[in-house]
Design a protein around this ligand. Sequence first.
Ligand code: NA7
Length: 567
Amino acid sequence: MSNSSSHDGAAGARPEHVDVVVVGAGFAGLYALHGLRERDLSARAFEEAGDVGGTWYWNRYPGARVDIESLQYCFHFSDVIREEWDWSERYASQPEILRYFDFVADRFDLRRDITFNSRVVSAVYSDEENLWTVTTDKGDVAQGTYCIMGTGLLSAPYQPPFPGVEDFRGEWYHSSRWPHEKVELSGKRVGVVGTGSTGIQIIQTIAPEVAHLTVFQRTPNYATPGINRPLSKDENRAFNARHDDWLREVHSMFSGQTSDFPAPTKSALEDSPEERRRWFQDRWDNGGHPQTLLYAYKDLLTDEKANETACNFVRETIRATVKDPVTAELMCPKDEPLGAKRVPLEFGYFETFNRDNVTLVDVKSAPIESFTENGLRTTNAEYELDVIIFATGFDAITGAMSAIDIRCKGGPTLKELWTEGPKNYLGLMIAGMPNLFIINGPGSAGIKANNVLGVEHGIEWALSTLDHLVGNGFDRIEADEQAEDEWIAHSNDVAEASLVSKAGSWYTGANIPGKPQVFMPYFGGWPQYREICKQAVADGYRGFHLSRSSERGDTARTQLQAADIGR
Ligand code: NA7
């Protein structure tokens, strides 16, 4: 298809004309480029980072590791990739995942369509021309009929605006902007702010190396054990041999992940306390994200009393592990259900607090006020530190897209459209933003399931939609506003019916001051989500408007054009 004007990536280059402009070179961007090339559709991808990898390019802090089993957390669309790549650990480390990205990019020769070190600052759609114009901070411009936003869930770091940073004489880092060169921590007094998944990984990794570690904790987390181990070539092969069966199974799982345990059928309240304890202990000892405690019983995410039994199990385990009773009590999460926040995986985290060189500081009762020349000051003490690490999370799910000036010419920006929360239809498209595909964005079930499956679903939906548009002479698709409202109402209903919306977190936007608070992932379950998306297509792209530029103004609902589909 179209590709005019050579692209040299230089500032001020004239617009490159392609069929599809892709934003990002993480899982979504790479799969999009591969799929587009297979269809002979031209593409240009822009990536802020210096190479492929998305969140795995940036999050190179000590101890960074995936919290979904490596065999599941990877591309599933390609036999070639699976056959030529072996994972070396149950939970791969960040360097190994980055090597995987490098391998995929090389294997499919994807880098030639990517401009690196170039951050997209605007994406503007012209209704007249049916064209997206995407511009970067380096002055690169690409124009295409379609735009795929593969900007990632966790790519806009959040740094609390503590005053006095310019006074601090030591070094400080955000976990998600970790330097490429080694940061020397040995023999230093190090402070870590934040005890989410990232903080936990950093703390358990650096504690043995540093002179002293001060952990600034605002809210404790129900972390559960990962139980990592090496994976042999044979285990990789065995997984590949049953890959088709695995795919069928995973697509039938509410959680979008498979585990060593069968799907739960019992209520937690049906078992005696002793039976429950054994049941939980089995899963705890096996480790792993979905199969830990959340899916030990069928009602842990829907019934507060059932959930509390699992919370108590985790608290008892923390109290039995952390020797200092005051520290142990501070580390026990209270007043929030297990699973409402994403459950971090830990690898010796709780034991870390038995070390003499580790101190826990409760910054809920005495919040951090400012940096000082020598460290950090809370409302009741000053802490002298050589290095401060912020593991304070992300403006998740919407942050990266909202940072881009995305709009239709003359219309509101996406950020303005989302002032009350991120409206969208099926987590795939947005009313008022034609031909813009969002991948694993708000409204997608992939966020709560396995993110890579979510990405593959979003990209495959976009690619098959492009096939449909091209094959039927359409060149414009847009979500219907009413369909969007109905989807958001349904999404809110399913979230409300469970316990997942009962705690503030990056899922709800509560971690970012001033951000509208809505439960952003779809929580009707992975199979139901896939089925709803599939059914919308089968019903003639129900809830979308498809049209041809040559018939501008023709906005007839696509149900009326159902006869065209499948021609
Ligand atoms: P999270 O899970 O959002 O955790 C951020 C942590 O930072 C959390 O403990 C916060 O405490 C803490 N935080 C944020 N602001 C402050 C201030 N001002 N003072 C003290 N502490 C603060 O981000 P992660 O990077 O750990 O994990 C994100 C996802 O990445 C994770 O779920 C995995 O999927 C991978 P709070 O809980 O808000 O009280």
